[in-house]
Design a protein around this ligand. Structure first.
Ligand SMILES: *[C@@H]1O[C@H](CO)[C@@H](O)[C@H](O)[C@H]1NC(C)=O
Ligand SMILES: *[C@@H]1O[C@H](CO)[C@@H](O)[C@H](O)[C@H]1NC(C)=O
Ligand SMILES: *[C@@H]1O[C@H](CO)[C@@H](O)[C@H](O)[C@H]1NC(C)=O
Ligand SMILES: *[C@@H]1O[C@H](CO)[C@@H](O)[C@H](O)[C@H]1NC(C)=O
Ligand SMILES: *[C@@H]1O[C@H](CO)[C@@H](O)[C@H](O)[C@H]1NC(C)=O
Ligand SMILES: *[C@@H]1O[C@H](CO)[C@@H](O)[C@H](O)[C@H]1NC(C)=O
Ligand SMILES: *[C@@H]1O[C@H](CO)[C@@H](O)[C@H](O)[C@H]1NC(C)=O
Ligand SMILES: *[C@@H]1O[C@H](CO)[C@@H](O)[C@H](O)[C@H]1NC(C)=O
Ligand SMILES: *[C@@H]1O[C@H](CO)[C@@H](O)[C@H](O)[C@H]1NC(C)=O
Ligand SMILES: *[C@@H]1O[C@H](CO)[C@@H](O)[C@H](O)[C@H]1NC(C)=O
Length: 779
């Protein structure tokens, strides 16, 4: 299955070209680099933390003292079982006492801010507490002996949250601080949506009306949730206003009458259909027969009939060997809509679709996860793909009692939560390749479903403190009988080494937005569903609460040739943000990397894990490194090797390049910082968000000097079909050298607060091939 799919992909490198005439737009418009930055924690955060800490510590003591009421150990149990159950019980009571672990969200990066606490009772190993009846969901009474995708449960709702879950939810909200806070937020969001006019049609040409579709979906999901939690029909009326609006029956026009949901860009249809499905199903008992019949006819006209056309003709290119988010989103929208109306559909279309989508998603959607858990498109497309997949699997399970092997069709799926965790830096994602801001109804809450499905409580614990956790799916996918901390026992480093991806993630702690975080890519430039950049060697650096080496993200998806990416001279590779010169890597001859690059990598880690503390202080010898031979990525070089490593107890970073090239060599790094180069030219001071990073060349080759430019193309570059998007505020730090053989060593010294007492080290010069865990100890 997975190997067959990639084997085929290998044998036929041009397969990504199959649909190059088709728009491959997934929902991002281009966006500017980093012009308007605002940074800092709110006064509430600054003043609130110390007080909260005192309260929390008091609460933990109270929780431990009062833990007896949760204990139910029998005297005949083995002592091991007893202590496990005691630990779980202690964790459970500490959990109730602590409430939400994160006390706030960073106001710029939206990362959780954890209190500075060591708490071995609460911050223990991630666990679902099996005997915690009070905090567990009841068992689904619908347990068909022979599940059949064409036989849905007869009670409503059928999708994701059957009646038994709604009945249990208020009791769980009463005892679980996360469910309580998410419920409050969802209500607040519903009031906000209620204050807006219905979704206003906007065709942006690059992602069709996908933003409209996702906005519609999250609104009706939210309104339907609040209706079911209140029985207040005001929310049904609001949902209906949106439903009628996207059918063209609102007060403003919504698309052409023949094709309102934009079937030429089928993601849009899929998301509108999913929104119809949720509202139809969750509001089934309150909608009138006439409303339901109108919804079915509109869904048929703009959703499911175009869907049949997609799955039976070449229009549905996403259904043929397309492993990625398109396949997940399209199959999911068609599946949810078909399950929602199956028993009311007299045409047979819902049946026809359901007999297609499950197998198609097993063969395609879930195969986007490679052997190491990496989502083959990008870190951002993981959101779209896993949201579609989790919605589809959860809907099949709730409606029919089985997922028909969808979640097990690719065993690597169990690891994709790790991909998401490690690709999440201290401040933000390692946002390589196409990456944009508009997620709308998409969140990382597939972590909740996947964590539950694969018994990985750490995935739920990681996601529950994130700002996007508050939405109706979490209310039903989260297991309140959970205890522990995701970081307890979690390795700080991970290397993803499937040949398509090959990337490294290294950090100093999991629980501090100020942590050091380094991620670097190797991997192939092909095989990422047209979403990669020419970027072997590309890296990001976080430290001191900001991002020092960063990415430019997606360019404008509507740019001519943007998805023409399987040819070395494809137009995609003429846009600055996609070219090698727009990446944080080595540029040779001012030319793009070779599309057929196949780097080899080496790596090592001290295997340092975090313990039951948010104040993670690593041993001085804790380190990690990642090296790659990326010679195959270049045309005018006989050897190009790059390595990056952590020094001095994960407080400093060394980046080293060994290059022999017959054309000019350029080291490039994009930063939002203000850069000042000293008079020697070998040292640069970067300032950003009130913090400082010293960047220093060690053993600089003769003539090597730092210079800076704006993030714009060279005048000698081929002119792209339309101008590049500007990258305001971004500076490129450069070392520009003629053809030759070089060993470039660049040391990054974040200027940690003086109270940290950091003694900065100067590492020895060691050839990349000789790098080991201990090769830089003699600093
Ligand atoms: C990479 O992942 C693909 C897809 O899961 C798999 O077929 C292939 O064997 C993996 N390759 C390596 C080198 O791990
Ligand atoms: C959900 O949140 C709303 C708004 O805060 C509140 O009125 C309602 O009581 C909550 N539901 C439950 C079951 O606690
Ligand atoms: C939902 O409410 C939260 C909390 O007020 C807010 O931060 C978030 O932006 C809202 N989301 C949307 C989509 O309005
Ligand atoms: C989309 O394309 C149409 C036709 O070329 C044009 O009229 C419209 O202004 C474009 N819309 C946007 C938002 O660029
Ligand atoms: C809403 O109505 C249903 C059905 O009558 C009932 O079971 C439920 O308790 C009601 N919920 C609320 C919050 O009133
Ligand atoms: C919208 O109006 C059309 C034409 O009157 C009608 O056929 C359709 O059922 C309506 N759909 C919805 C969802 O209001
Ligand atoms: C899709 O993959 C299958 C199995 O590898 C292969 O037989 C088929 O030719 C592929 N189809 C296309 C259109 O590439
Ligand atoms: C600059 O900051 C913006 C906003 O946080 C971010 O999206 C972008 O990736 C940053 N660019 C660089 C080069 O760090
Ligand atoms: C190197 O650059 C020169 C001048 O731009 C160009 O003519 C040549 O094709 C480049 N070499 C390669 C392999 O791209
Ligand atoms: C780290 O763990 C890996 C995998 O278990 C092992 O091969 C390696 O020797 C360990 N390294 C150290 C320094 O403990």
């Amino acid at each position: 299955m997975s190997s067959a799919s990639y084997g085929n992909l290998n044998a036929n490198p041009s397969r990504e070209n199959l649909h190059e005439e088709q728009p491959r737009y997934d929902g991002f418009a281009g966006y500017g680099g980093g012009a308007q930055r605002k940074k800092g924690t709110s006064n509430w955060i600054k003043c609130g933390v110390p007080l909260l800490l005192i309260i929390i510590i008091a609460a933990v003591v109270g929780g431990v003292v009062g833990s007896h009421k949760k204990k139910s150990s029998s005297s005949s149990a083995s002592s091991a079982a007893q202590s496990a159950s005691a630990a779980a019980s202690a964790a459970a009571s500490a959990k109730s006492a602590l409430g939400q672990f994160a006390v706030a969200t960073d106001s710029f990066y939206m990362m959780p801010i954890y209190p500075s606490t060591t708490d071995s009772a609460a911050f223990s190993s991630p666990t679902f507490i099996s005997n915690d009846a009070q905090d567990s969901w009841p068992t689904d009474p619908f347990q068909p002996a022979n599940p059949d995708v064409l036989t849905v449960r007869t009670d409503r709702p059928v999708l994701i949250a059957p009646a038994y879950k709604w009945a249990a939810l208020p009791g769980l909200i009463a005892t679980d601080p996360y469910l309580k806070s998410w419920n409050d937020t969802i209500f607040g969001n519903a009031s906000f949506y209620a204050s807006l006019p219905p979704v206003i049609y906007f065709m942006d040409n690059s992602s069709g009306i996908l933003d409209n579709a996702r906005d519609f979906k999250r609104r009706v999901k939210t309104f339907s949730y609040v209706y079911r939690m209140t029985n207040d029909t005001k929310w049904v009326d609001l949902a209906w206003r949106e439903i009628a609006n996207v059918a063209g029956n609102g007060t403003t026009t919504f698309g052409p009458e023949t094709d309102r949901w934009n079937s030429g860009h089928f993601l849009d249809v899929a998301e509108f259909s999913a929104g119809y499905a949720i509202a139809y199903d969750w509001l089934y008992e309150i909608l009138t027969a006439d409303q339901k019949s109108q919804m079915i006819s509109t869904l048929m006209l703009y959703g499911l009939k175009p869907g049949v056309n997609q799955i039976t003709t070449s229009a549905g290119w996403w259904a043929v060997n397309t492993t990625g988010n398109w396949n997940c989103v399209c199959n999911n929208g068609l599946t949810m809509a078909s399950l929602a109306i199956l028993n009311d559909d007299t045409t047979g279309i819902a049946k026809q679709i359901l007999q297609f989508t499950v197998n198609n998603a097993k063969n395609n959607c879930v195969q986007a996860v490679s052997t190491d858990g990496t989502w083959a498109e990008t870190a951002n497309y993981w959101y779209f793909g896993t949201t579609g997949l989790a919605e589809m699997a959860a809907s099949l399970l709730s409606a029919t009692g089985s997922d028909y092997g969808l979640m097990s069709a690719n065993p690597n799926l169990a690891n994709t939560g790790d991909f998401h965790m490690y690709v999440t830096g201290a401040t933000s994602l390692f946002n390589y390749g196409d990456h944009g801001p508009n997620k709308y109804s998409t969140t990382a809450n597939a972590m909740m479903f996947i964590g539950n499905y694969f018994d990985q409580p750490q995935y739920q614990l990681f996601q529950r403190d994130m700002y996007d956790a508050a939405e109706p799916w979490s209310m039903f996918w989260y297991q309140p009988n959970i205890a522990g901390a995701f970081w307890d026992g979690k390795p700080l480093d991970h290397f993803f080494v499937n040949f398509t991806d090959q990337w490294a993630s290294m950090r100093s702690t999991w629980t501090d937005v100020n942590a050091l975080y380094v991620a670097m890519k190797a991997g192939t430039n092909l095989y990422h569903q047209n979403h990669n950049d020419l970027d072997c060697g590309d890296f990001v650096i976080d430290a001191l609460g900001t991002r020092w080496a960063g990415e430019l993200g997606s360019a404008d998806y509507n740019s001519p040739g943007y998805f023409t990416s399987v040819d070395q001279d494809g137009q995609r590779w003429q846009y600055y943000r996609k070219m090698t010169e727009g990446q944080n890597t080595i540029l040779i001859n001012k030319s793009n990397q070779n599309l057929n690059a196949a780097p080899t990598v080496n790596y090592g880690t001290s295997n340092t894990t975090q313990g039951p503390t948010t104040v993670n202080v690593v041993p001085q010898d804790s380190t990690a490194f990642f090296t790659q031979d990326m010679t195959s990525a270049y045309f005018d070089a006989t050897s190009v090797k790059r390595g990056i490593r952590l020094l001095n107890g994960r407080r400093q970073i060394l980046l080293q390049d060994e290059v022999t090239a017959s054309q000019g060599v350029m080291w490039r790094m994009h930063t939002n910082a203000t850069v000042s180069v000293d008079s020697s030219g070998t040292s640069a001071t970067l300032t950003l968000d009130g913090q400082t990073m010293q960047v220093q060349m060690l053993n600089p080759p003769s003539g090597a000097k730092f210079t800076t430019t704006d993030a714009v193309r060279f005048s000698t570059d081929v002119t792209p079909p339309i101008p590049d998007q500007p990258n305001p505020g971004v500076t490129v730090l450069i070392i520009d050298l003629p053809a030759g053989t070089y060993n470039l060593q660049v040391l990054f010294n974040p200027q940690w607060p003086s109270s940290d007492g950091v003694n900065y080290v100067t590492p020895p010069s060691v050839a990349l091939d000789s790098w080991t865990l201990r090769s830089h100890d003699n600093s």
